[in-house]
Ligand binder design. Structure first.
Ligand SMILES: [Zn+2]
Length: 49
C-alpha cells in the first residue's frame, strides 16, 4: 500500500489510521499526523489517481 501523504510504498502496518471506513497506512508518525490534520486533502489526491 502507499502512504497517501508522501506517496512512498509502505511495507509495515505500524502507522495506520481509519478515516471514513477506509484504513490508510503511513511510513512514519509524521505522515500520519499530517493526514489527520487534513484527511480530505489526501483522500482527494488518492481518488485522482
Ligand atoms: Zn510518508
Amino acid at each position: 500500500m502507499k502512504d497517501p501523504v508522501c506517496g512512498e510504498e509502505v511495507n509495515n502496518t505500524t502507522y495506520k489510521y481509519t478515516y471514513k471506513s477506509v484504513t490508510y497506512y503511513f511510513c512514519s508518525p509524521m505522515c500520519m499526523a499530517e493526514f489527520k490534520k487534513n484527511p480530505d486533502k489526501y483522500v482527494k489526491n488518492i481518488k485522482e489517481k
